[in-house]
Design a protein. Structure first.
Length: 280
């Protein structure tokens, strides 16, 4: 009974977005990773990484790489994402982030004369950011507020380091930044304007936990990063770069889950036997 209660309240889950890859008697694994999530999979990750010789990550996760992303997301003097949003959407975002509308007190009216009204507070926060950086800033802030504080990529990198595994990124940070620059502004605006965030997040999490890739892809079609520069162009790049390691066997590759349908199709065409695992 005590074990059941612990499992009930635990933030750990078994990994179901994972495929076993066989070719010429050699075995590897492909994991569809979630960059941020309300649960973690550290037990499953430790199991699969522990049995691997090589760990492949989508890109570098070191501090220098993250600084480059932040620097590349700056856009001084350009129109900000908030300029493309209507007042109703800005109010909805403020509500989702827990930013309360100001009271109409004398003090507040005086403050607004100096700092602008509540609808402008969001705009001030996003100024100087490219639209994709502004969106990620908003979305990650909301997800953290809603408990999405776990990162499979970071967990995999930490576990691989603890176990002294050989780690290789499949892309450079410059390539990843170029992909982010290609996210269309209209997709960002459409998501922020039309999608109910909490419902979207719950559906996405449920379908990921069930290992239902096709339903997850259907859910994610409205998300801004479900676009050519982020998904379509990169599927073949990730596939080609991971293939030499997979052919040697003993590799576990982590790529964003939205790449898995394209990558598994390419692997089958190359002669790999691709088998979904039920999770552990």
């Amino acid at each position: 009974m005590l074990d059941f209660v612990r499992r009930l309240f635990s933030k750990e889950r078994g990994l179901r977005m994972i495929w076993e890859l066989h070719r010429r008697g050699r075995r590897s694994h492909l994991v569809g990773s979630v960059h941020f999530f309300p649960y973690h999979f550290r037990g499953s990750l430790r199991h699969h990484i522990g049995g691997a010789a090589t760990v492949l990550l989508e890109g570098p996760l070191d501090e220098a790489a993250m600084r480059k992303v932040i620097e590349s997301g700056r856009a001084e003097g350009r129109a900000s994402l908030s300029d493309a949003l209507d007042a109703a959407t800005i109010r909805r975002i403020n509500t989702a982030l827990g930013v309360r509308a100001p009271l109409l007190s004398t003090f507040q009216l005086y403050r607004e004369l100096l700092l602008g009204d509540a609808a402008d507070h969001l705009g001030a926060e996003l100024k100087g950011m490219k639209p994709w950086m502004a969106f990620l800033h908003l979305w990650n802030r909301y997800r953290a507020k809603d408990g999405w504080t776990y990162s499979m990529d970071l967990d995999a990198a930490r576990i691989a380091a603890e176990l002294n595994k050989e780690v290789h990124p499949l892309e450079t940070i410059e390539e990843q930044i170029e992909a982010l620059d290609g996210i269309p502004l209209d997709r960002i605006v459409s998501f922020l304007t039309n999608v109910e965030w909490k419902s979207y997040g719950r559906t996405y999490a449920r379908r990921y936990l069930h290992g239902d890739l096709e339903s997850l892809m259907a859910t994610a079609r409205v998300f801004p990063t479900f676009c050519e520069s982020i998904v379509d162009r990169r599927d073949s790049v990730l596939f080609e770069r991971m293939t030499p390691f997979l052919e040697q066997g003993g590799a576990v590759a982590f790529v964003g889950v939205l790449h898995c349908r394209g990558v598994t199709g390419l692997l089958r065409a190359r002669g790999f036997e691709v088998t979904p695992l039920s999770g552990r």
